[in-house]
Design a protein around this ligand. Structure first.
Ligand code: FAD
Ligand code: NAG
Ligand code: NAG
Ligand code: NAG
Ligand code: NAG
Ligand code: NAG
Ligand code: NAG
Ligand code: NAG
Ligand code: NAG
Length: 615
């Protein structure tokens, strides 16, 4: 009896193990294998859900964390700015460190949700010694220009209650004698510096952070021109910031710095350089490592060069030949549409903590459009109908967490698949390219065309575009994209309701405007240049030719015909769609179909001759 029981138990264990492995494999596959934008060279600490808490909570130092999603184009554009912040603050590392987490990789998303990240990229400042998981201590910092973020960090570090004599003394010393100042410093201090500056100036605190690693040997204070002490230094108010060394015999000696009145940041660099020379001259500081400062300059130059290289690569001429090799001849694939919907409902919508009011209305509006027009297979349509019903039951709205519970429903005739391995039409040449936003566009165009085909008589041309716009406004994780899109669709209410195909044309135009704006940007997949769509290869009759035999203008009627055909239900590739929900058999099939980006391009190259016939 006993052994039988154990056998059975072991069998269950093994089964559970197999299922777990499959799930792990799936998770790895669906994250597109991208772990991080950053690596050790970037001086950025890479975090995952496994080591996030143990790193940033109950830490002796403060943390700045970037929450981003690798699919988010604006996050990619922001990555170099974030690298710059990390480089500039490299010598602050005994006070604060710079870290990043990819909310799209592995199971990191739940952690990002806990930190109330509602759009990407999002920066959070976590003060030292924050109690484990006390996310309300995390301070939101807007992801902007490196200098603005640095100033904000200085302010936040200044707000932290003084820890001990060794923590940088950001509060100005104003009502104090030099004798008293001396009494404040630990006996290990070899050099005492005072920076006289205006109260709102940042140089003093910036410099304290720069040299914070040596704070047991090098004490730096700031004194401000609204206090008393600075008068002792005999500098005029037009002559600050100024740097003084306080000698053993309690006299202040000015270190002359040729200031740069045209640029505050350069002033910081000049002060930094002056102190480094002083340290090297006096040799008072043990183990002073000047290379660390030089490395900052080198890293910054390397970053600039890398940026220039990226731009050069992108500026290469795009020829039809390049395009032929790529996906433009690929049909819209149902796998991509279902993957986008899965990410949208499982991750993006629940990310919003409170779904009330306009956001709730936008969700209902969007689900309504999906139930009416998404050309999906039966169980998926069944799923949306049920979801809409359940969402409608909460007419006062709900939290993102409640929504997460609602979406988990699954029956044999109503489910939202989450077992596709990778994007097909939207596969990028590297994991950070294309993917979700690409599939969103496909979904949007598909919906405008589907509505036109279904509602042949009466058609509300603003219904689909407005639902799309409101979804993007309230839920789209790429917040900068959302802001841009709101500007670009400001005139959406002026659609011509007499023209049944107005919505199709409107979305096509907007998308081409976005393509134009993003052309040659760092987010552009070099293998999939952002050109005006459709290309002449894809639709030879869509454009008219000018005298120089160059295609230049779209003929609207032909273009509409093309779009209707390209995005019609009949033209969507459903060959990879499996009828059954996830089981271990389907996993095997999927693995066989799994193709790396390289093979993928090879496959397309081979098929290039036959593809254009599709249209
Ligand atoms: C609403 C929205 C706003 C965005 N805003 C930004 C932003 O501000 N900054 C940013 O960096 N990224 C933004 N993105 C992402 C960006 O537009 C691309 O989706 C992403 O860079 C991937 O590009 P892609 O090369 O895969 O092609 P995509 O532009 O995503 O296009 C996907 C597919 O649509 C088809 N297509 C292309 N153009 C048209 C057209 N005019 N009409 C019909 N079909 C077309 C092609 O088959 C193409 O493969 C936004 C995405 C969305 C959905
Ligand atoms: C966290 O885990 C990731 C993945 O294993 C690793 O690359 C990273 O270095 C870890 N970070 C820390 C701070 O341990
Ligand atoms: C968490 O942080 C908030 C905000 O700073 C604070 O009011 C609260 O006391 C903290 N909770 C714990 C358990 O430390
Ligand atoms: C203060 O500086 C001025 C010139 O900048 C100098 O003439 C004067 O003697 C100085 N006074 C003292 C007390 O050092
Ligand atoms: C203080 O010390 C410095 C350098 O050792 C010397 O140049 C200066 O004259 C001294 N000042 C006084 C008031 O003793
Ligand atoms: C002062 O700043 C300007 C503008 O940034 C810069 O061109 C110039 O080289 C700087 N001068 C010095 C001495 O650093
Ligand atoms: C791009 O094409 C133009 C015109 O055909 C040509 O003059 C130019 O040299 C090309 N540039 C590159 C980088 O190939
Ligand atoms: C909206 O504005 C764009 C340019 O800003 C224009 O091309 C387009 O025709 C306008 N659409 C409508 C419906 O007015
Ligand atoms: C998984 O595969 C095994 C062996 O092929 C099979 O016996 C088992 O029934 C399958 N399990 C499920 C849930 O389909």
């Amino acid at each position: 009896m006993k052994s039988l029981f154990i056998n059975k138990y072991i069998n269950i264990l093994i089964l559970a193990l197999i299922v777990n492995c499959q799930q792990a494999l799936l998770a790895a596959l669906s994250s597109g294998n991208i772990v991080s934008f950053y690596n050790a060279n970037d001086k950025i600490v890479v975090l995952t859900s496994q080591n996030f808490s143990s790193t940033v909570y109950q830490s002796k130092i403060a943390w700045l964390i970037e929450f981003y999603a690798s699919w988010c184009g604006h996050c990619q554009s922001y990555a170099n700015t974030y690298r710059e912040i990390a480089i500039d603050t490299w010598t602050w590392k005994t006070i604060i460190r710079i870290a990043a987490i990819n909310c799209y990789a592995g199971d990191n998303n739940a952690l990002c949700r806990q930190h109330s990240v509602r759009g990407y990229p999002a920066l959070r400042f976590i003060p030292p010694e924050t109690i484990l998981g006390n996310t309300s201590k995390a301070i939101e910092i807007s992801a902007t220009d490196a200098n603005v973020v640095k100033k904000r960090l200085i302010k936040e570090l200044d707000n932290i209650p003084k820890k001990n004599k060794l923590w940088p003394q950001f509060t100005p010393v104003n009502r104090i004698t030099l004798e008293e100042l001396y009494a404040r410093i630990p006996s290990t201090v070899k050099i005492l510096l005072v920076i006289a500056e205006k109260r709102n100036d940042f140089i003093g605190r910036h410099i304290m952070l720069d040299f914070s690693k040596y704070r047991d040997q090098l004490a730096i204070f700031r004194t401000t021109t609204d206090g008393k002490l600075w008068r002792k230094f005999n500098v005029s108010i037009t002559d600050v910031p100024a740097l003084f060394v306080i000698l053993r015999n309690r006299t202040a000696q000015r270190i002359n710095i040729e200031r740069n009145s045209s640029n505050n940041i350069d002033n910081h660099d000049l002060f930094n350089n002056a102190i480094r020379s002083y340290i090297q001259q006096t040799k008072y500081i043990e183990n002073f490592d000047d290379r660390e400062f030089e490395e900052i300059i080198l890293s910054k130059n390397a970053l600039k060069n890398a940026e220039m290289q990226q731009k050069l690569v992108q500026k290469k001429n795009v020829t039809d030949e390049i395009l032929d090799k790529n996906t433009i001849y690929r049909k819209v694939n149902m796998v991509d549409l279902e993957l986008a919907l899965s990410y949208m409902f499982r991750e993006e919508v629940p990310q919003i903590k409170e779904i009330y009011g306009d956001a709730y209305d936008a969700l209902v509006q969007w689900l309504t459009v999906l139930t009416k027009y998404f050309p999906g297979r039966e169980p998926v349509m069944g799923y949306f109908k049920q979801l809409l019903l359940k969402v409608s039951e909460h007419s006062n709205g709900f939290s993102g967490d409640t929504f997460r519970e609602i979406i988990n429903m699954k029956t044999s005739n109503a489910y939202l698949p989450n077992d596709h391995a990778q994007y097909q039409h939207c596969a990028g040449s590297a994991p950070q390219y294309r993917g979700y936003p690409c599939a969103l566009w496909l979904l949007f165009h598909t919906l405008t065309v589907s509505q036109y085909q279904i509602e042949s008589n009466q058609i509300d041309v603003t219904e689909v575009p407005l639902a799309i716009k409101n979804y993007i406004k309230h839920f789209f994780g790429c917040r900068q994209c959302s802001t841009n899109f709101m500007k670009e669709t400001a005139n959406m209410t002026q659609l011509n309701s007499q023209n049944k195909r107005e919505a199709i044309i409107y979305l096509w135009k907007i998308h081409n405007r976005v393509n134009k704006r993003l052309r040659n940007q760092i987010t552009e997949d070099p293998k999939h240049p952002k050109l005006q769509f459709p290309s002449k290869k894809l639709c030879p009759t869509c454009q008219s030719m000018n005298k120089k035999n160059i295609y230049n203008e779209y003929i609207i009627s032909k273009t509409i015909n093309f779009l209707v055909e390209y995005y019609s239900k009949e033209n969507i590739d459903v060959s990879l769609i499996l009828d059954k929900p996830y089981n271990n058999e389907t996993l095997l099939i999927r693995q066989e179909r799994l193709i790396s980006p390289i093979e993928y391009h090879a496959e397309i190259k081979e098929n290039v001759g036959s593809h254009p016939k599709d249209f």
